[in-house]
Design a protein. Structure first.
Length: 264
């Protein structure tokens, strides 16, 4: 009985962690990764394939969420998001991120990039591990609610209704808006992967801290728009589908830029 109770407590902890930092859902993460794959240099593709083998970027993208059921990897949970208080300016966000020594998506993404730039010094297992994490985290920080407020767990505590079904603000942006499109990740990629050369250069040139500032600005507007227990449906989708698609597209383009920098 004691053993059963322990297992139940562990399962609840895992579920709570999962709900707090799961981003984009399966489809969204795969869309970001598939877009990135479309914009890799030949050299980067070759070097990435040497690491991942037959595993595509799209399949690698969700691995860091799949392992959350294993307590061994619970330490990775803070790697998926950045907690930011409301009302910050861009300069304040940048200062906070640059001086924050706690584990978060920003400083771990910088660390992963540094490690992979020296991947020839890493074991193959670590190369795979770090690459999967980098792919996933770049997707995470383009999901706006992963720059949400700590007091409501990035919108997890803001209860809503989506087509009369109970949900929360975080989950709505994680997966429900994406899944509402009823597209496979390859169909979704084909539908939105139309960045211009100017956009490619501009988005890839921007520092990582700017990516987070963009997500934060969106998050602030999302918080202002909804009231707890709001009934959301077609109108909310109509108002936000362009933002959703742009964040997925930017995530993929920027992921490609970083992978080309590291492996190209």
């Amino acid at each position: 009985m004691k053993k059963l109770l322990t297992l139940l407590v562990m399962a609840i902890i895992c579920c709570c962690s999962y709900a707090t930092c799961f981003a984009w859902g399966l489809t969204g993460h795969r869309v970001v990764a598939e877009i990135a794959n479309n914009h890799l240099t030949k050299r980067a593709k070759k070097n990435i394939q040497h690491i991942l083998g037959n595993e595509s970027l799209a399949m690698a993208a969700n691995w860091p969420d799949f392992i959350k059921s294993d307590p061994t990897y619970q330490y990775l949970n803070p790697w998926h998001y950045v907690n930011l208080k409301s009302g910050l300016t861009a300069d304040q966000i940048k200062q906070n991120l640059q001086h924050d020594t706690t584990t978060n998506a920003y400083n771990k993404l910088l660390w992963l990039k540094e490690q992979l730039l020296q991947s020839n010094k890493l074991s193959h297992d670590k190369q795979v591990f770090y690459l999967r994490l980098l792919i996933h985290i770049i997707g995470d920080i383009h999901q706006p609610m992963h720059t949400g407020r700590p007091e409501d767990l990035g919108g997890n505590r803001i209860k809503l209704y989506w087509f009369n079904q109970p949900t929360n603000l975080h989950r709505l942006w994680d997966e429900q808006l994406v899944d509402f499109q009823q597209l496979s990740y390859t169909e979704y990629t084909q539908a939105i992967d139309f960045a211009t050369q100017q956009q490619l250069r501009s988005w890839q040139k921007e520092p990582i801290v700017n990516w987070l500032c963009e997500s934060y600005e969106i998050t602030e507007s999302l918080y202002r728009e909804v009231k707890p227990n709001a009934q959301l449906s077609y109108r909310y989708h109509f108002d936000h589908i362009a933002t959703l698609n742009l964040q997925l597209l930017k995530g993929g383009i920027r992921l490609a830029g970083m992978l080309n920098e590291i492996f190209g």
